[in-house]
Design a protein around this ligand. Structure first.
Ligand code: SF4
Length: 479
């Protein structure tokens, strides 16, 4: 087969693809095996199937069967053939929704996480987020935290004893099983460095998600254990003090920048392997600022030329709140800016790994990919404890990543249990599974789900629908 044949198939989920050419190419690929000739109609259906899943990754198989208007027997044959043509799989991955598959779904499948949730296994969660911060110095307008709500300083000792016991309990086969985030700002916990060292001594590679306002010289001196982190990911909330003030309520830019410049120099001087990266949410009115963000990164790189900033996660506001949306005009501007950013980043910051996330990747490909939005009636009562949990300073184990904030209305319903030096995480998982403790979602609960939770929920709903409809062998189309 020629490369052109493969290309015709691989591009079939892209906007404007020549589906007839892709179907003909599929027929030739399958027909190369004399025992497996494919009718033109079936080739056409296979291409439509791949194109559909490339754009809509979470459709139950039964819905696609109805769309293709084929009977069950023929559909089973098509699914078998799909599994034998890697170019069709590539086509799904190259589609506008391909990032959902490649970033999350397939890696969760490979690691058995989806099966663990499906079969309600009692296992350690695949990802355990530690939320050790008692408070936060910012008040970001898009953050769900309750203004003024914080954990009492008197909780710190017990909380850190609980985290220590948890770190000692966690199995070590996956060094990336835990990360540190919030909830509130983790660097407001003065015992954080000690926890990080404890985890590193057991081989865990922790990333710290922080606003880096407190990543000062004094903090690093007082908490040398922070150098045992695997990575620090700084959330960047603007590129001037004015923008920080508008977003966080505090003029934090210059201070964070000074912290990062100093950190850059120190990690170079220490030859520390710790990786440094950023996350940046493109807020309404700030699409054009991406090029200034690149200049900021280049400035930080210049402070330690041998140790450039390693990674950048670009995201849209995934909260689903109306004020987080960019209007159509600005989305077009964002699309153009993303291309400029991509070109300039390759020249000015060639070592920077940029992750554009689900929607921005689609936008770059010329498709306005809608982010998955789970509605309350689609939330799964038991959630997905085998896939991920968040644990706050009180030891409360939250089922969704945006629910672990003190005082957040309704969030307590999503606590699966409490870990402590006496109670292990695996026991919390077991009790949650054994009691089938489900939560009936109400309006507003959907905001407790972050992007990962949304994708997991969509995938589990899809997979369960496939199994219920008798498609277990092919459930979820690809694994
Ligand atoms: S988003 Fe993070 S930095 Fe901003 S207020 Fe919330 S916890 Fe603090």
């Amino acid at each position: 087969m020629t490369d052109l044949t493969d290309e015709a198939i691989r591009g079939c989920a892209l906007p404007g693809a020549d589906l007839a050419a892709a179907a003909e190419a599929t027929r030739r690929v399958v027909g190369a095996d004399p025992a497996a000739a494919l009718s033109g109609e079936d080739a056409d259906a296979l291409v439509r199937l791949a194109a559909h899943y490339g754009a809509h990754p979470f459709t139950p198989l039964e819905d696609v069967r109805a769309l293709l208007d084929v009977d069950r027997e023929r559909f089973a044959g098509l699914l078998d053939t799909f599994g034998r043509v890697p170019q069709l799989r590539d086509a799904v991955l190259a589609g506008p929704g391909g990032k959902y598959w490649s970033n999350t779904v397939l890696s969760m499948e490979r690691k058995g996480v989806i099966d663990n949730v499906l079969h309600r296994e009692v296992v350690y969660p695949h990802i355990v987020a530690l939320y050790p911060g008692p408070t936060c110095m910012f008040r970001c307008h898009f953050c769900v935290r309750v203004t003024g709500a914080r954990y009492a300083a008197s909780e710190l000792d017990n909380g850190n004893a609980m985290f220590s016991a948890l770190i000692d309990e966690m199995p070590t086969e996956n060094p990336y099983v835990m990360y540190i985030s919030g909830g509130l700002e983790p660097l407001t916990n003065p015992g954080l460095g000690t926890l990080v060292s404890r985890a590193a001594n057991r081989g865990f590679k922790l990333t710290l998600y922080s606003n880096s306002f407190a990543l000062t010289e004094q903090t690093l001196k007082r908490q040398p254990g922070l150098w045992d982190l695997d990575a620090i990911r700084t959330s960047v909330y603007g590129l001037t003090d004015d923008e920080y003030e508008a977003t966080t309520g505090k003029r934090g830019f210059e201070r964070v920048k000074a912290n990062l410049l100093r950190f850059q120099k120190e990690r170079a001087a220490r030859k520390s392997p710790i990786r440094l990266g950023m996350s940046y949410i493109v807020l309404p009115g700030r699409a054009r600022r991406l090029l200034d963000l690149l200049d900021y990164i280049v400035e930080l790189d210049a402070a330690a030329p041998d140790r450039p900033i390693e990674f950048l996660n670009l995201r849209e506001d995934y909260s689903g709140r109306p004020d987080g949306k960019l209007d159509p005009g600005e989305r077009e501007e964002l699309r153009e800016t993303l291309e400029l950013f991509h070109e300039q980043a390759a020249l000015k910051a060639p070592y920077l790994q940029v992750d554009y996330g689900y929607a921005l990747q689609g936008l770059r490909g010329g498709v306005d990919t809608e982010l998955i939005r789970i509605r309350p009636d689609q939330m799964r009562p038991e959630a997905h404890i085998q896939a991920g949990v968040q644990i706050d300073l009180l030891g409360d184990v939250y089922l969704y990543r945006e629910s672990g904030f003190p005082g957040l209305k309704g969030a307590k319903r999503y606590i699966a249990g409490k870990v402590s030096p006496e109670k292990r995480l695996i026991d919390v998982v077991r009790e949650h599974v054994d009691t089938r403790a489900g939560v009936s979602a109400v309006d507003g609960d959907e905001y407790f789900l972050d992007g990962f939770d949304q994708v997991l929920t969509a995938r589990m709903n899809q997979v369960e629908a496939d199994v219920a409809a008798g498609w277990e062998k092919w459930r979820g189309l690809m694994r």
